[in-house]
Design a protein around this ligand. Structure first.
Ligand code: HMG
Ligand code: MG
Length: 304
């Protein structure tokens, strides 16, 4: 039986959060609807963070409340929607929308932590404790993120042993899955291999997700290296949209279409309909008035 790979779509959150021009909630909603129609089963759809810091995510509560209402009335069967929460305040907002899954996010380097979430790494874990308590009480699943696991835009190369220690702390907190971020898209496969091998001593392989940004063209090679090491969950964004405002110059996540094209060609299953995603790519490109970096959606399927 072909192996199933879990694609976690970042487009509506990581993909849009760094866009200068505000994307209307109707467009974000339609993007999510089309992604789900294209077979995506895991989507990050917003954040409960400061609207001054991340204006694109300011309307997340309304959008998520609406999508959760639709899901309760029978739409989006089997789809898991998620939003980022940095602290108790964000979690209380998330609970009001009746979302069933959230994600906490920490950094592997102190400077990125300060710039991104205005606190030290230790303080970020203190902020997560009440979030986890509320999650348990409200039966909300929690995913974890660790940023700058390979390189930091402010501190340079990250010591893998720090990543392993923080991964163990995330596991102790109770996250069901930990996404390992190459936030500035600088990792190469040998570095990916070192980090995954170390992480496997701390977390079950199926609880490790890889989150590659594609700034230097190494993301797809890093996905391949991760696959060889047994990783079955990858974060990606439609068209390669995205970036983090606190990681200057970083490009979007590895593109969903390019990852899925490679996986299907290698005999893996994802449940994603590439033709539909290609159409969504062209539609959102028109809305955003730009061509997205994904290679598959520019080239399409080859003649066979
Ligand atoms: P803070 O510690 O209160 O400090 O917020 P601040 O000065 O940064 O706060 C700014 C304002 O936000 C304050 O209001 C807070 O009260 C308020 P003011 O006093 O100026 O009127 N605030 C909030 N507002 C809304 N919702 C909340 C909330 N909490 C405080 N939950 C905070 C800390 C984290 C909220 C803030 O620094 C922030 O919003 N930062 C942005 C974080 C973010 O969304 N970054 C991008 C996502 S992470 C990412 O992309 C990486 C990832 O993809 C993985 C990878 O690629 O590596 C996940
Ligand atoms: Mg990211």
């Amino acid at each position: 039986m072909p192996k199933m790979i879990k694609i976690v779509e970042m487009g509506p959150r990581d993909g849009l959060q760094n866009e200068a021009k505000i994307i209307d909630n109707h467009v974000r909603y339609e993007l999510i609807r089309q992604l789900v129609d294209g077979g995506i089963k895991n989507v990050e759809i917003g954040s409960f963070v400061s609207p001054e810091k991340i204006p694109q995510m300011a309307q997340s509560a309304e959008l998520i409340t609406h999508i959760m209402e639709e899901q309760r009335s029978g739409k989006y069967n089997g789809v898991r929607f998620r939003a980022l929460v940095p602290n108790e305040r964000g979690m209380l907002e998330a609970i009001k929308t009746r979302i069933k899954e959230v994600a906490i996010f920490a950094s592997s380097t102190e400077t990125f932590s300060q710039k991104n979430i205005n606190c030290s790494i230790d303080e970020s874990f203190e902020r997560f404790a009440p979030v986890m308590k509320l999650a348990k009480k409200n039966k909300i699943k929690v995913r974890g993120y660790l940023s700058t696991c390979f390189y930091c835009p402010y501190e340079g190369k990250t010591d893998p042993s720090v990543v392993f220690k923080l991964a163990a702390r995330m596991k102790k907190l109770g996250v069901y899955e930990l996404s390992i971020g190459d936030t500035i898209g600088a990792a190469t496969p040998n570095e990916v291999s070192t980090v995954i091998k170390g992480l496997k001593k701390v977390l079950p392989t199926k609880a490790i997700a890889m989150h590659f940004h594609d700034t230097r063209g190494t993301a797809i090679a890093n996905v391949l290296e991760s696959l060889k090491l047994g990783i079955v969950t990858f974060d990606s964004s439609l068209g390669g949209l995205g970036g983090c405002p606190y990681a200057p110059g970083a490009q979007g996540n590895v593109s969903t279409e390019d990852v899925v094209y490679m996986l299907h060609g290698m005999g893996y299953k994802t449940g994603v309909d590439l033709g539909k995603l290609q159409m969504t790519n062209h539609w959102i490109g028109l809305k955003m008035e730009k061509q997205l970096p994904a290679k598959f959606s520019k080239a399409g399927f080859p003649k066979i």
